[in-house]
Write a protein of this length. Structure first.
Lengths: 112, 885
């Protein structure tokens, strides 16, 4: 039971990170801010789970990391989406959309 | 590929560990700084901003650990950790570690050694091209129930002409020669071979040539091909040996070729010849009733041995019809050269392997048992580690790491043991195990060892690890603090392990008992003579200087009897010698047989004549060997060519031909001439003792002299001391006589039992180890269980339980397990007995004496192993026992 819940959350976080990175190469802190800004502060990413998630995605080959220079001229690790990552994001997005539509239909249903 | 990438990255993570750590540090510092800056921008003080950032991020070390886990770092780190921890643990328990290492080193070492031997003897192909197509063709005699007889040369010619299964077929007659003129005269194992022999074996001379076709027809040439060993010994490996002269049996020969080492060495002890002569068929060779040649064949590619066998028996049936006098009841069959060579040792090796395998298995069970005991003691530690967040898998892995560590060390020690044991095997000599000349521990053997090692670790490591890992954590924590009772489940597993050990030990002990009893029966066999203090040497007179008389049968041959008279006379005068004698055969191996009929009885139908061993001996023979004379008189010097022909028969002959008559005074036909029976001697058993005594007819040597004979010398002292004197004596009489086959008879009898002794001793040794391990297992379980319950026993004694009751309770519980093991073991021993039966002589595989002795022994050992720890426990002062907790 607990396991299924974690999977869902983890999967969702991975999807959000992938999307954020797909918008352009970014460092960890920036990814965090990006998700918060775009979701208008609704989604707050646990900072402690962000980095493990990034490392996981990197190991899975969905994102790639390289060092770059940040906007305030500091050395930082920049993450970038890979081709595999793009495909993965696409299919995940489809799945999410169909899932949320289904949920919406159920929630919006009126008695016939 | 996509599947592998994560793995590759993970491994990459392992390698660049330092770099990744550094990057991780930098990344997180960067994050905190960015957050701090933003916090400052939103109006916090520097100090507040930093604290808020850190708070939002959470514990850096924890995040890092989580990241490492994703990167694949923890695995590597924790393996090293596990190893270090395991080493520390093992070093901390020298007694356990020592016992475990010893068990593993012996178990793995013995298995590896036996595998090495099996590999060399059974698995490696013979060093000839397509060795699986090489076969031997033996004749058999249905009437005399005799297998594996050499064929006659005319039969060979017929088979060669008619059979279509063979690419080539060759006749091979062992026919030794004495080499003179090159140092000490030496008797060399030689053979006469037909044209196809070398081609058939697939060997080419390393120097010179094979025989030419014209060398197989009667002529003046006398070519000889020598083996590698003779070439090295007699010619110093000089290539100039080609064309060199060689005097064999006084006849001049010329060396034409040198054969490679394999041809002489690969087939020892089945074939030891190192000298080959062309088989030019003479008058004797064309007698169909004379079976003197071994047939070697190479099957055509794709021909099944079964088809060849069918064809052979059809040919033999035709020959039987065509020549009923000589071939009645004679068939032929086929044995692969490999099977012929390996023979009985295949079975011996399988028995040895089974024995060492069982010991290793018992060792594993014992180690599993010890580990279980240790795990019970470590449950507290494991519970704490689990509570601190170690996953169950991690705990099991830690335990397996420890067992693997043990196995690897045990395996390395085992390799040392294997080296030593293999040396021992190699020293045994080819009579016991063939093909051990080039034996060594090589890559295949190491691969086998690794396999055994991993299997061992898995077996003895998995049982306890699984047993412990299934246990709920809270249970472990709860009981670890107060060791009132050993975990029930563990105890049950341990008891099953003990029962298994007892069962396996019983199988081994019964097997050892059967083999020892069989061996003891054989050594206790009365050979029919006194072998101690008896030396024998064999002489063969070179034909060139001792030409055969023209008459047949040979009744008188002064050249030979003059020589034997001198040899026996002078040998009898050597210091310490009480008598000396001449005999055609040595009593160890016996010899040729011939047809014998009783005068005055109707002649048996052709092909069904009875045969008996014939043995020309001199008048001193029975006295020198101390063979008792049961009836009549001995031979005397007067029984020579000028006097009536006489014979002495043995009791086996008597039982066969004169079951209820007195044979003395009756006559028998030997070699077509009648001889009067003058006496009956006791039976002499041939070496090995497995065959019943054969009917023998003894003839006076003077009435039937032979060019080859054994000299037997009796001394009251040590017969081996006589060897130099006897050699010197014979050399002084005729310096061109080769003395060979020199052995004392008790040594010869001993050697003939060597293979059986080896099997019995090894299996007994293994059984001893098994018994010890099983006792250790029982002792371990009981003593642990008692020590865990010292306080309980203390309480019970304090409230008035009698020591006797406590002992009875503890011991009876354990003995029930032992008995279960014994029952199981008996079933196993019945199966293993059937496997052994062909190695047993005069002992039934279900011998009740052996079974009951082993059962009693195991029960006693079990009781002793139970009693010791229990007795110690009840002798404790109850107060002290209670305080111990």
């Amino acid at each position: 039971m607990t396991k299924a819940k974690t999977d869902l959350l983890q999967g969702t976080l991975d999807m959000l990170i992938l999307k954020a990175v797909a918008l352009g190469p970014m460092h960890g802190y920036g990814i965090l801010k990006r998700i918060e800004r775009v979701s208008e502060d609704v989604l707050r990413v646990e900072q402690g789970s962000l980095y493990p998630a990034l490392y996981r995605l990197e190991v899975q080959g969905l994102i790639a990391a390289e060092s770059g220079i940040s906007e305030n001229n500091r050395k930082a690790r920049y993450y970038e989406i890979t081709e595999v990552g793009k495909k993965h994001l696409e299919s995940e997005t489809k799945r999410w959309v169909s899932l949320s539509e289904a949920v919406n239909r159920v929630l919006g249903a009126t008695e016939a | 590929m996509a599947l592998f990438m994560p793995l590759v990255r993970r491994l990459g993570g392992l390698l660049g560990r330092k770099r990744v750590e550094q990057e991780m540090d930098e990344e997180m510092r960067f994050h905190l700084e960015m957050q701090t800056e933003e916090n400052i921008r939103s109006g916090m003080t520097v100090e507040e901003a930093r604290r808020a950032a850190a708070k939002a991020f959470g514990a850096v070390t924890k995040v890092k650990e989580a990241c490492r886990e994703q990167k694949g770092l923890p695995t590597a780190e924790s393996i090293v950790q596990d190893l270090k921890y395991g080493m520390r643990k093992l070093v901390g328990m020298p007694l356990f570690t020592g016992a475990a290492l010893l068990t593993l080193a012996l178990g793995i070492g013995a298995n590896t050694a036996v595998f090495t031997v099996m590999d060399a003897v059974l698995l490696r192909p013979l060093p000839f091209p397509d060795p699986d197509r090489l076969v031997l063709v033996w004749e058999n005699d249905v009437l005399r129930n005799s297998e594996m007889e050499t064929a006659s040369f005319p039969d060979f010619l017929d088979i060669q002409q008619q059979a279509s299964s063979f690419e080539a077929l060759a006749a091979y007659e062992r026919n030794n020669r004495t080499l003179t003129g090159r140092g000490e005269p030496e008797r060399l194992a030689a053979a006469r071979v037909t044209a196809d022999y070398f081609r058939l074996m697939g060997t080419r001379p390393i120097l010179g040539r094979s025989f030419l076709p014209q060398e197989f027809t009667a002529g003046q040439q006398a070519p000889v091909i020598v083996g590698y060993g003779v070439w090295q010994r007699k010619f110093g490996g000089d290539p100039a040996a080609i064309g060199a002269p060689m005097i064999l049996d006084g006849i001049h020969h010329t060396v034409v070729g040198i054969m490679p080492r394999e041809l002489s060495e690969a087939l020892v002890p089945f074939q030891t010849e190192e000298l080959w002569l062309p088989l030019v068929p003479g008058h004797d060779d064309l007698i169909r009733g004379r079976h003197n040649v071994r047939l070697y064949g190479r099957l055509k590619p794709g021909v099944e041995p079964k088809a060849a066998r069918t064809e052979l028996s059809e040919i033999m049936k035709r020959l039987e019809k065509a020549y009923p006098d000589d071939n009645k009841g004679r068939g032929a069959h086929l044995v692969s050269l490999d099977d012929q060579l390996v023979g009985e040792s295949r079975h011996t090796l399988h028995v040895l392997q089974a024995a060492v395998g069982l010991v290793l298995l018992i060792g594993c069970l014992n180690l599993a048992n010890l580990l279980m005991a240790r795990l019970s003691a470590r449950r507290g530690e494991i519970a704490v580690r689990t509570a601190l967040g170690a996953g169950r898998f991690r705990v099991v892995r830690q335990l397996l790491t420890e067992t693997l560590l043990l196995s690897v060390w045990g395996g390395l020690l085992g390799l040392v043991v294997a080296f030593v044991v293999v040396r021992g095997f190699a020293a045994l000599g080819p009579e016991i195990l063939p093909r051990l000349a080039g034996i060594q521990v090589d890559a295949r053997v190491v691969a086998f060892l690794t396999l055994v090692l991993l299997g061992t670790a898995a077996l003895f490591g998995m049982i306890p690890a699984l047993a412990v890992s299934g246990e709920p954590v809270h249970e472990a924590v709860k009981t670890s603090g107060r060791n009132l009772t050993e975990n029930r489940r563990n105890r049950i597993v341990r008891e099953i392990l003990v029962a298994g050990q007892v069962a396996l030990a019983l199988v081994l002990l019964v097997s050892a008992g059967l083999l020892l009893k069989s061996f003891w029966r054989l050594t206790a066999t009365n050979p029919g003579y006194e072998p101690r203090g008896l030396l024998q040497v064999t002489l063969e007179l070179p034909q060139g200087r001792y030409p055969y008389p023209k008459t047949w049968p040979i009744i008188g041959w002064p050249a030979v009897t003059n020589l034997t008279d001198r040899v026996v006379g002078e040998a009898g005068r050597l210091p310490g010698v009480s008598s000396a004698s001449i005999s055609l055969h040595d009593p160890l191996t016996g010899g040729w047989t011939t047809r014998v009929t009783v005068v005055g009885r109707p002649a048996p139908p052709p092909g069904e004549q009875d045969e008996a061993e014939f043995s020309p001996v001199d008048q001193e023979y029975f006295r020198t060997l101390r063979v008792p004379l049961k009836k009549g008189r001995q031979f005397t010097e007067m029984d020579d060519a000028k006097h009536p022909l006489v014979a002495i028969v043995n009791e086996a002959f008597l039982r066969r031909h004169f079951p209820d008559e007195d044979p003395v005074g009756r006559s028998i036909n030997v070699f077509g001439v009648p001889r009067q029976i003058i006496g009956v001697s006791g039976d002499v058993r041939l070496a090995g003792f497995t065959d019943p005594p054969r009917p023998v007819v003894y003839l006076p040597f003077r009435q039937n002299p032979m060019a080859r004979f054994s000299v037997l010398v009796r001394t009251e002292g040590d017969a081996t001391q006589l060897v130099p004197a006897v050699r010197k004596l014979i050399n002084s009489i005729d310096r061109d006589l080769a003395v060979y086959n020199v052995t004392t008879l008790d040594q010869g009898l001993d050697d003939s039992l060597a293979a059986r002794r080896l099997t019995a001793v090894v299996v007994a040794g293994m059984a001893g180890i098994a018994l010890f391990l099983a006792a250790l297992g029982i002792y371990g379980v009981i003593s642990y269980s008692v020590s865990q319950r010292t306080s309980e026993i203390g309480i019970r004694i304090a409230v008035g339980a009698r020591g006797f009751d406590i002992v009875r309770r503890e011991v009876s519980v354990m003995m029930m397990r032992v008995l279960a093991g014994l029952l199981l073991g008996c079933a196993g021993a019945l199966v293993s007995g059937r496997f052994l039966s062909s190695l047993l002589h005069d002992v039934s595989p279900t011998d009740p004496a052996v079974f009951s002795l082993v059962l009693i022994m195991l029960v006693l050992v079990g009781l002793a192993a139970c009693f010791l720890p229990v007795m110690r426990a009840i002798r404790l002062d109850p107060v002290a026992a209670l305080r111990q907790e």
